[in-house]
Design a protein around this ligand. Structure first.
Ligand SMILES: C[S@@+](CC[C@H](N)C(=O)[O-])C[C@H]1O[C@@H](n2cnc3c(N)ncnc32)[C@H](O)[C@@H]1O
Length: 285
C-alpha cells in the first residue's frame, strides 16, 4: 500500500472513531496521557507540541502543567479529532491550547520553537517515524525533551493488543486478513524501529537525541465488561482489524471476545487488563 492510501485509511478510521474516542467508559488513553506528561517533566511556561493528539489525552494535562505563560499545540491528521479536542478546550475555557489539522510526519512549524514534543500512541502510525523524529529534534530548543508512548508489541496477536488476546483471537482469523493488515506486516510497519531497545536507542541517537530512556510500564485498562471493551475497540487501533472482517467473522469474534473477557472479571467487578506500554523520553542534543 502506498503512503497516501495508508494515511487516507488511517485518517478515515480515526475520523469515524472521533465522536466516541476515549469517551466509552474505558479508562486507558487518558491515564496513559497523564502518565506520559508526568514522565516528560514539563515546566511552567514550556511551549509543547503534541503530535497525533487525538481528543487531547496529553494536551489537557500538559496545558495544566505549563500554565498560562506556556502553550500547547496539538496536531492531528484526522479533522474530526481536532474538532472534538477544540470543542473540549472551549468547553473547559482553556486558553493556552491550540489545535490544528496537520500531518505530524511533516510538521510545518518553525525550528527551535518548542521546549517539548509529546506523542502518545501516535508516532507508531507515521510511515517513516525515524525521519519524523529527526524533524522533531529540529523543532526543539537545545536540551528540549521528547516523550512518546507505543504499545509493547507481542508476536502472538494483532498489534496494539496486550498478550492476553493471544488466547482470545484465533490465529486463523488473523491469517485471513488482507496481506498488508496481517500481524507480521503491521508489526514491520509500526515497530520495526522500536521493538529492540538497542535499535530504538540507535534510532533516537541518529535522529539527534541523547539521554534516551525506555521504560515498559503497565497501564491498567479498566472497563465495566467484555462488551464495553469490544465496543471501545472499534474506536482505536483494533478498528483496522474489525474493518477487514466479514459480517459473520465479526459477529463470531465479538461473541468470543465478550465471553473470554468476562471470564477474566472477578464476579460482577470491572474488567481490568494490564497493558504494557513503552514510554520513551530523550533530550535534543
Ligand atoms: C491511538 S490515537 C492516540 C491519540 C492521543 N494521542 C491519545 O493518546 O488519546 C492515534 C492518533 O494519531 C493520529 N495520527 C495518525 N497518523 C497521523 C499523522 N500522520 N499525523 C498526525 N496525526 C496522526 C490519529 O488520527 C489518532 O488521532
Amino acid at each position: 500500500m502506498d503512503q497516501n492510501s495508508y494515511k487516507a485509511e488511517v485518517t478515515e478510521a480515526f475520523n469515524q472513531a472521533a465522536a466516541r474516542y476515549d469517551r466509552m467508559g474505558v479508562e486507558f488513553f487518558t491515564p496513559m496521557g497523564r502518565r506520559l506528561v508526568e514522565r516528560a517533566a514539563l515546566r511552567r511556561g514550556d511551549r509543547v507540541l503534541d503530535v497525533g493528539c487525538g481528543r487531547g489525552a496529553c494536551v489537557f494535562p500538559a496545558a495544566a502543567v505549563v500554565g498560562p505563560r506556556g502553550r500547547v499545540l496539538g496536531v492531528d491528521i484526522a479533522p474530526a479529532m481536532i474538532e472534538a479536542a477544540a470543542a473540549e478546550a472551549e468547553r473547559r475555557r482553556i486558553r493556552n491550547v491550540e489545535l490544528r489539522v496537520m500531518d505530524a510526519e511533516y510538521p510545518e512549524l518553525p525550528e527551535r520553537s518548542f521546549d517539548a514534543v509529546l506523542g502518545s500512541y501516535s508516532v507508531i502510525f507515521l510511515p517513516d517515524a525515524p525521519a519524523a523524529l529527526a524533524r522533531y529534534a529540529r523543532l526543539l530548543v537545545r536540551r528540549g525533551r521528547i516523550a512518546f508512548t507505543s504499545p509493547v508489541f507481542t508476536d502472538d496477536t494483532f498489534p496494539f493488543l496486550p498478550p492476553v488476546f493471544a488466547d482470545l483471537i484465533p490465529r486463523s482469523l488473523l491469517r485471513g486478513l488482507p496481506p498488508q493488515w496481517q500481524p507480521d506486516a503491521l508489526r514491520r510497519r509500526f515497530n520495526g524501529w522500536l521493538q529492540e531497545v538497542g535499535d530504538l536507542e540507535a534510532t533516537m541517537h541518529r535522529a539527534g537525541f541523547r539521554d534516551v530512556d525506555v521504560v515498559d510500564e503497565p497501564v491498567h485498562l479498566v472497563t465495566a465488561s467484555g462488551e464495553t471493551w469490544v465496543d471501545w475497540s472499534h474506536t482505536q487501533g483494533m478498528r483496522l482489524l474489525w474493518e477487514h472482517l466479514g459480517p459473520a467473522e465479526r459477529q463470531r469474534l465479538r461473541e468470543t471476545l465478550i465471553a473470554g473477557l468476562d471470564a477474566l472479571r472477578d464476579g460482577d467487578g470491572p474488567l481490568v487488563i494490564e497493558t504494557p506500554v513503552r514510554f520513551v523520553t530523550a533530550t535534543a542534543a
